[in-house]
Design a protein around this ligand. Structure first.
Ligand SMILES: Cc1cc2nc3c(=O)[nH]c(=O)nc-3n(C[C@H](O)[C@H](O)[C@H](O)COP(=O)(O)O)c2cc1C
Length: 222
């Protein structure tokens, strides 16, 4: 990496961010920053603008307790973040994205002035890309889950820009989480949480150097 690249804001953000392993419970995210965070989630891109996601924010002691109780010994190391971080968000995807779901996207694009009402039918042409990823039972979770992780990546960078720490958490007992929050998830599937807040000064991970595979090993010019 040359000096100019190293000095670029994007690279500085990416080098700054580290997965938080311990939070400072005394520091909470401001309302202004929360507004930016939720807007960043909403503005995430997705294939055919499908937005097949739902974000459930643990906003009460009761909902945090419910999440806390879903952990078992396999993922106990992630459990403290539920109460110690500033906020926990459940990331969920729709495993059966249908033409009815797509109609909501099409109609919102008319409201937003992106599509004319008389061209509404054209808005459904792109649905073929959902169909290409859907099996005979209507299951397209591989595709919708991929879209959800774009929102994760987008938010991780937004958080880095705000100098807010985060922990993406796949280390959960998915069966228990999905059972506990089945009402709120309403058919969506949650395999991922995101804890956000400010890391503790004793968080060792914040002081470790960044480690990634070399560029040559992952990027090939042909
Ligand atoms: C999808 C995803 C799931 C992850 N799950 C966990 C987790 O359950 N617990 C944890 O401490 N870190 C988790 N991580 C953090 C990764 O281990 C971390 O991003 C990786 O080691 C690179 O380190 P860095 O984020 O500090 O750059 C997860 C990261 C991602 C992107």
């Amino acid at each position: 990496m040359n000096n100019k690249t190293a000095e670029h804001l994007i690279i500085k953000d990416l080098l700054w961010r580290r997965t938080a392993k311990k939070y400072d419970t005394s520091k909470k995210i401001s309302k202004e920053n929360l507004d930016i965070i939720f807007e960043s989630l909403r503005l995430s891109p997705s294939s055919i603008n499908s937005q097949p996601w739902k974000f459930i924010v643990l906003d009460s002691q009761e909902s945090k307790h419910r999440m806390f109780n879903t952990f078992d010994d396999r993922c106990r190391f992630n459990q403290p973040h539920i109460f110690e971080s500033s906020l926990v968000i459940l990331f969920a995807y729709n495993p059966n994205y249908t033409i009815t779901d797509h109609a909501k996207v099409v109609d919102k694009s008319i409201v937003d002035g992106r599509l004319n009402l008389e061209d509404r039918e054209n808005g459904f042409r792109a649905f073929v890309f959902a169909e290409l990823n859907t099996d005979k039972n209507g299951y397209n979770a591989n595709w919708t889950k991929a879209q959800l992780y774009i929102a994760l990546g987008n938010l991780l960078h937004s958080l880095a820009r705000l100098r807010i720490d985060a922990t993406p958490i796949e280390g959960i007992v998915t069966e228990l989480v999905n059972k506990e929050f089945s009402n709120e998830l309403d058919g969506y599937q949650c395999d991922l949480l995101l804890a956000i807040g400010y890391s503790h000064e004793d968080d060792v991970n914040k002081k470790l150097p960044k480690s990634r595979l070399s560029r040559e090993s992952i990027i090939k010019f042909i």
